[in-house]
Design a protein around this ligand. Structure first.
Ligand code: GRF
Length: 242
């Protein structure tokens, strides 16, 4: 990520967060920034739904926020054009999708290549799309989790930078499993964002790099220590980078 002119390397990175609903990941990111766990600040929050509860987090923390209601637009392209303008007005270093329930047009995605992240509630490449928890349970998966990835035009298909794994309990329902995954997300997303903000992880659209070397498998958030496994993660089977 390049440092904009006039800013030193120590200048906090500017995050714009896009939400559609509850915003618990937004809350976790705001907290991590405020506690200096991420060298960044959330400078703007945009929701495509006026009733998104997550807007309350922005309000409470005095973060500029706005609603761009997709229902007010005649086409996906028209909405995405205004969304891109609204985002650029905040001059962000990173665009963070946090439960933003919109399929984005390729032109929009291309504009933010290498500086737009998403969190998805599965161990990608497994279970792209919706109902991930019910699908994992139906398949009898012993573990499930969440992934943070750079966004590409392919839905949930961009290069995965970090994952959090959780065990599946025998009596889990989609709801109990979702709650466990979300708790992990709230540690995973700030940690992944921190690594991108620090420049440790980079993706320009071609090769995903961690500390200057190709990252062939997603980093893993350690369930107990909140830390990341190093050599172990790198020795996992290569994961296709989108
Ligand atoms: C999270 O589970 C995330 O993985 C998915 O949408 C959900 C958003 O939750 N993309 P919240 O709005 O952050 O509470």
């Amino acid at each position: 990520m390049s440092v904009p002119a006039g800013q030193s390397a120590a200048t906090p990175k500017r995050l714009v967060v896009l939400i559609s609903g509850r915003g618990s990941n937004l809350g976790a990111l705001i907290e991590a920034c405020e506690q200096d766990r991420i060298p960044a600040q959330v400078v703007g929050v945009i929701s495509n739904r006026p009733d998104a509860a997550g807007l309350g987090f922005a309000e409470q923390h005095h973060i500029p926020h706005q609603v761009l209601n997709h229902r007010d637009y005649p086409s996906r392209e028209a909405f995405d054009a205004d969304l891109a303008t609204a985002i650029e007005d905040y001059a962000p270093d990173l665009v963070i999708l946090a439960g933003f329930m919109r399929i984005l047009t390729p032109g929009f995605v291309d504009r933010f290549t290498g500086r737009m992240l998403n969190i998805h509630p599965s161990l990608l490449p497994k279970y792209r799309g919706l109902d991930t928890h019910a699908r994992a349970l139906a398949d009898g998966e012993p573990e499930h989790g969440a992934s943070v990835h750079f966004v590409t035009p392919e839905l949930d298909g961009g290069p995965v930078i970090m994952q959090a794994r959780v065990p599946v309990a025998p009596d889990d329902t989609p709801e109990t499993l979702a709650a466990r995954v979300q708790r992990a997300e709230h540690r995973l997303y700030p940690e992944a964002v921190r690594r991108v903000c620090s420049g440790e992880i980079q993706w320009s659209g071609r090769i995903l790099q961690a500390d200057g070397s190709p990252l062939e498998a997603p980093l893993q958030l350690d369930e107990d220590t909140h830390d990341v496994s190093g050599p172990d993660a790198r020795s996992r089977p290569p994961h296709p980078v989108g």
